[in-house]
Design a protein around this ligand. Sequence first.
Ligand code: GCU
Length: 445
Amino acid sequence: MKRVPLALLLAAGAAFAQPPAPERNAATQRDYQATLQRLGLRQADLRPGVDGFNRSAPNAVNRDEAAVGTVAPLPPLLVDAAGRPVTNAGAWRRRRREIMELFDREMYGRVPATAPAIHWELERVENRQLGGVALVTRHYIGHAATSGLDQPPIDMQLTLDMPEHVQRRVPVILELGFPEGFRFPGPPRPQPPGPTGRELVLQRGWGFAVLVPWTVQADDGAGLREGVIGYATHGGPRPNDSWGALRAWAWGADRAYDLLALDPHVDARRIAIEGLSRYGKAALVAMAYDERFSLGFIGSSGAGGAKLLRRNFGETIGNLAASGEYHWFAPNFLRYDGPLRTEDLPVDAHSLIALAAPRPLFIGAGNFEEDVWVDPRGSWEAARAASPVYRLLGVPGLVGDTYPAIGETRAEGRIAFRQHEGGHTNGPNWPAFLDFAARVWAERR
Ligand code: GCU
């Protein structure tokens, strides 16, 4: 499975800028156990996740559509907490706040009032060529505007590539991703032929920005006492309804938006957020919470992202709640891996997608063999289940009743879906995404 090396590599990437693994792992385990204790849970209360590596393991990941079984009823979107039907845009605004509160409390966690104000500093400016385009690259560092002695330093890393000769304000794609030139340890990986997503964006005359998520918040439990999460608690433990890394990365994207919107070349009404895998999850969280993003490109986001957790296919909540991934979520989320069940969650991926409505989303994944872990079909089903909210707001959501073929773009409505022929990457979906972006942004102007 190609997924496996990528996941390992991403973990290696996270560890890249950090101290040696054994100590860090031990610190993660300590935080994990302390988190369970604060929740009143024992390790034995939690159901283990599925095994994506060993196909003959008793808990091998389900990759068989026929074995999915009945999906438990999804929490309603268009009925409010008091049981009243939601039948107009005003009622949806109120319902939307209820759903955000559920995500805050039970899944992604709240942004504390003590989160830092960020001051962006222009570090350097570079003129260069990329993909045949002359451009200006601005390198920014984001610091906490104030910092106490017991607060960890913050150095958020953001770059903005702009074609050199822009005459008017242009759209920007903001990626949650790796810094340019970043190399995973090990032998170099071959680059697929043709222009990269970044080059395609620049060739359209648009801007391309990258925020490096691990400079906002480290990608492990050990890092919870550092980064913006550690800053907000002065290095102390997280309250059970407090943010995890996904919400922190999405918050970082909001701070990046603050800066981009001030740039005289940027059209603040046309800033998209994009990411792959764990960063695809964070991109969807950013879209859900921050209405300033007018478009999202959500790649292979899987469990904890666009895929329905109630669907037994690919990664499960047991994986998300284990020590390698629990830090992505509010501590409270762990309770749904025991004693509570997935079906007890008052939200699912369709609720998250609905929070983005009526703004356009492009949801992508790779082929079933190589990207099985993310359950591509589970995100198509979630998008369909979110579509009544789009319709209520006067636009079509995901259009079409039949599951699209690999390589087919479903983009008639405001939610586009495309499963490309490759593996766990956004690469082959870039051209279809950019055509979608051009169309939905043209409608907006
Ligand atoms: C692991 C993890 C996924 C995640 C992925 C990634 O596979 O289980 O939830 O999306 O890493 O970020 O590559």
